[in-house]
Design a protein around this ligand. Structure first.
Ligand SMILES: [Zn+2]
Length: 371
């Protein structure tokens, strides 16, 4: 066989190997944007009791022979967070669940090996899922990955959605089935993406995390975390609290890597009015609603209230203190049976047309270079 011919064959095989996996995910019928409606105001903090646990769920240890850039062992990462006063330290190694029998941790891992940084945190994971699309992902591939992860994990979080625009605002108005979004990834915020999801009627809760690869780097450690209202650090209690939205994100804007002084005392909804009360230092309160619009503010206060208007679909509260900013989960309109959970179903006709087209294209290409 001549050299150019061999080259063409090789190229055809490479193209087929890259294209064929796209026959796997179906074409979904993604729900249209439908802002939260209903006479009832769903308060995720309603069942909150006294205990708040400080947690970081996104930190990398040394894994895969150092390729993924973790500077310390998993055990050292956990020890560093425990020493810094965290109740829960998760290890989010790529495609690998750290098993720490002696540590209060949650089985989790960071899923994704693709150039677009479309990464997810699989929380309460039973096993690692190895399906991904390394080169390109559209909204149907992203939905497929979420759905797969949900089969083997209790909760799915979309990580650092602003990084390389891995999840665009447009994506977040359409994708379904994930539970959490990383609103604070280190110092990088993704509030507008969270509001895109909420404004289109997707109940997703915010999370802050360091995503550190080196716990001695002060710029990436104890920068963002969550406070979780749970009875214990057990897997079940953590998953239940996170699923219910009984948590809030903390972003440290100044000071040393301490917890800051500002904390939440209570979040109460009564007669259409949301009242948030904080502890230890006064804060500036902002009430953020549909499309990320600030609907009200209150400066230098220990407590602030916002009364829902008929046009308000959700309201989430942001508290700015001297060292930290707290991002509370939204209170949202519902029919009283729970928050809205839109689902994507499969479009069988378009799915099989696409699969047929991919298969036919691959066969035709291989046939051409064979002759
Ligand atoms: Zn990542």
């Amino acid at each position: 066989m001549s050299r150019p011919r061999r080259g063409r064959r090789l190229l055809a095989i490479v193209i087929v190997c890259l294209v064929l996996p796209y026959a796997l995910p179906p074409i979904y019928r993604l729900p249209v944007s439908r802002p939260f409606t209903g006479a009832y105001l769903w308060n995720p903090y309603e069942g909150a009791r006294g205990r708040w646990l400080r947690a970081n769920l996104h930190a990398h240890g040394r894994a895969w022979g150092g390729v993924t850039n973790g500077q310390q062992s998993d055990a050292e990462v956990i020890a560093a967070y425990r020493a810094a006063g965290y109740d829960i330290a998760g290890i989010s190694d790529y495609q690998s669940i750290a098993t720490m029998d002696t540590m209060p941790t949650v089985p989790l891992y960071e899923h994704g090996f693709n150039v677009g940084k479309h990464h997810q945190l699989a929380i309460g994971a039973q096993r690692v899922d190895w399906i991904d699309f390394p080169l390109w992902q559209g909204v149907h591939q992203k939905q497929y990955v979420i759905n797969r992860l949900k089969q083997s994990s209790a909760l799915v979080m979309l990580n650092h959605p602003a990084k390389l625009h891995s999840y665009t605002e447009e994506d977040l108005t359409r994708l379904t089935g994930y539970d959490l979004i990383e609103v604070a990834n280190g110092q990088v915020m993704a509030e507008e993406r969270w509001d895109a999801a909420l404004s289109s009627g997707h109940t997703v809760w915010g999370v802050g995390a360091d995503d550190t690869h080196d716990v001695t780097d002060p710029d990436r450690t104890a920068v963002a975390w969550i406070m979780i209202n749970a009875d214990s650090t057990s897997r079940a209690d953590l998953v239940n609290a996170l699923r219910a939205g009984r948590s809030y994100t903390v972003s440290r804007t100044a000071g040393t890597p301490t917890a800051g002084r500002l904390a939440i005392a209570s979040v109460v909804v009564k007669d259409g009015t949301l009242t948030v009360t904080c502890l230890d230092e006064p804060a500036t309160f902002s009430f953020v609603g549909q499309n990320g619009v600030i609907r009200g503010t209150s400066a230098d206060a220990m407590s602030a209230s916002y009364t829902f208007t008929p046009a308000d679909t959700y309201i989430r509260t942001v508290l700015r203190g001297t060292q930290t900013v707290l991002f509370l989960n939204p209170v949202l309109r519902s029919d009283g049976f729970g928050p809205a959970m839109p689902v994507a179903d499969v479009d069988p006709l378009r799915t099989w047309l696409l699969r047929f087209a991919i298969a036919a294209g691959c066969v035709a290409m291989l046939w051409r270079v064979r002759r």
